[in-house]
Design a protein around this ligand. Structure first.
Ligand SMILES: [Zn+2]
Length: 469
């Protein structure tokens, strides 16, 4: 019998994992991941599948990261109707990941249609064709065209059909996938439910074993088990994103983390840790908690605590020799509630740093909505429901924004920079965390710290924003 493996993703790139294994008449797919990263890579998600999805008997999934499972609803939409085998953990997580992915695509599509009202939804949508663009057209398109998400590749109802095909398997249990093909899922120690898939193919009286590593975890990490050792494979396919570097032992990584936290805390700085939402974040939180318990880092912060809750938390922590370091609350010139409800006083008294989120009132203090009220109509997301973002709210906040603008003009800076600076200059134990979606924005936010407002300017802003206390 002839056995072949086609590499359909994660080749010359690190996302879009997908292998088609053919054994005689049988075809089995291993993983069906989404391409992520550069526009060129993302555009590959729109290419039609290079095989007939109806001809595939079963799909095996190593784990629930999007680059390994993200195109499954698309292959279902294109006609695949066999069982989708993975561990229970992977299937539980995959449903969350795929529904989230469908939702993001539907939102992006709605956004695109709003900006291109003349573009009717593509006719081929229901039939599951990829919008009618040929692969060549997609490859030849400009980068902007690549990133423009048009029709969602799949929707929530496609995820419904996908979930109906889910078929959980236990670790270390032989599963007959199709006649002549057996799969065994071994723990990969990468994320919840992750697996190394061992495929045994009956091949003219003998057995050929192909092992798909999936993403592999590290040994000795918290929460997850170590990857299971495998003794035999005729062919071994290894994901090697980090194959070119050697990991330092876990203890050394933890030491480095503790050192960094302490160094940044010593500088009263902010430590930003980029981290995958599934897997890495849970591990980090676990390690940070351990470090606090071991007394190697020494601060605990809270979010949205009232003055009473802050005092309570501070008392409890003190018994364990820990200070309450921070309370993260919403605070801006248009939301000065913490000055009136005692949170700011409690912070001063307990030596707690206030971390002010939404310090620009979700962009309102930049002045751009007052300059062009038409922008309100184009708003998306939760801001549309906020009273501040209605015409009346705009009128109420207009005096504050006008004052910001006049001070900004005097200093040759932006109203947003003045608004940020007021928070930290008027209250020395406040740290602001403005959002930034562009590098220039982040630079501008940082530059606000160099600004120095006169006492009179601080006072004027205090007076004009009194109604928001
Ligand atoms: Zn992964």
């Amino acid at each position: 019998m002839s056995i072949s493996i086609q590499f359909l993703g994660a080749v010359g790139t690190v996302t879009g994992s997908q292998y088609l294994v053919t054994c005689g008449e049988q075809r089995v797919l291993v993983d069906c991941g989404m391409f992520q990263g550069s526009p060129e890579e993302v555009s590959r998600n729109r290419l039609p599948f290079s095989y007939d999805p109806t001809s595939v008997s079963a799909l095996l999934v190593t784990h629930a990261h999007l680059d390994h499972c993200g195109r499954i609803p698309a292959v279902v939409k294109a006609g695949f109707s066999g069982p989708i085998h993975a561990t229970g953990g992977t299937l539980d997580l995959a449903e969350i990941v795929l529904r989230d992915s469908a939702k993001l695509q539907e939102e992006a599509e709605a956004r695109w249609l709003r900006h291109h009202p003349d573009a009717a939804p593509h006719a081929g949508d229901e039939a599951g064709s990829d919008e009618g663009d040929t692969p060549q057209q997609i490859r030849d398109a400009k980068p902007e065209a690549h990133t423009t998400t048009r029709t969602a590749i799949y929707r929530d109802e496609d995820v419904d059909r996908t979930v109906a095909l889910f078929s959980p398997v236990a670790y270390e249990t032989a599963l007959q996938v199709v006649p002549g093909v057996t799969a065994i899922f071994h723990d990969a120690g990468h994320i919840l439910g992750s697996a190394i898939i061992e495929l045994r193919l009956a091949d003219a009286g003998a057995t050929t074993t192909i092992v798909f590593s999936g993403d592999l975890g590290r040994r000795g990490t918290p929460i997850l088990r170590d990857p299971a050792p495998l003794a035999h494979a005729d062919f071994l396919l290894v994901e090697s994103t980090y194959g070119n570097r050697e990991h330092a032992p876990m203890e050394r990584s933890v030491d480095e983390l503790a050192e960094t936290v302490n160094e940044v805390a010593g500088d009263r700085g902010v430590l930003l840790i980029p981290s995958f939402a599934i897997g890495r974040t849970q591990e980090l939180v676990w390690i940070l908690d351990e470090l606090v318990r071991e007394g190697r880092i020494r601060a605990v912060g809270v979010s949205n605590f009232s003055a009473r809750a802050m005092r309570g938390a501070s008392r409890v922590l003190e018994r364990h020799g820990l200070p309450l370091a921070s309370n993260q609350v919403r605070y801006s010139l248009l939301d000065r509630g913490i000055e009136a409800n005692g949170v700011l006083d409690a912070a001063r008294e307990l030596g707690v740093t206030i971390i002010a989120y939404s310090p620009l009132a979700q962009g309102l203090l930049s002045g751009k909505f007052h300059e062009d009220p038409e922008r309100l109509k184009r708003l998306e997301g939760p801001r549309r429901r906020l009273s501040l973002f209605r015409p009346r709210g705009l009128r109420r906040s207009a005096p504050v924004v006008a004052e910001l603008r006049s001070i900004a003009d005097a200093h040759g800076v932006t109203p947003a920079q003045v608004a940020l600076r007021w928070l930290v200059q008027a209250h020395p134990h406040v740290v602001v965390i403005p959002g930034a979606s562009k590098v220039a924005q982040a630079r501008q936010n940082a530059a606000a710290l160099d600004l120095e407002l006169t006492e009179e300017e601080v006072r004027t802003l205090d007076e004009v924003s009194r109604p928001f206390r």
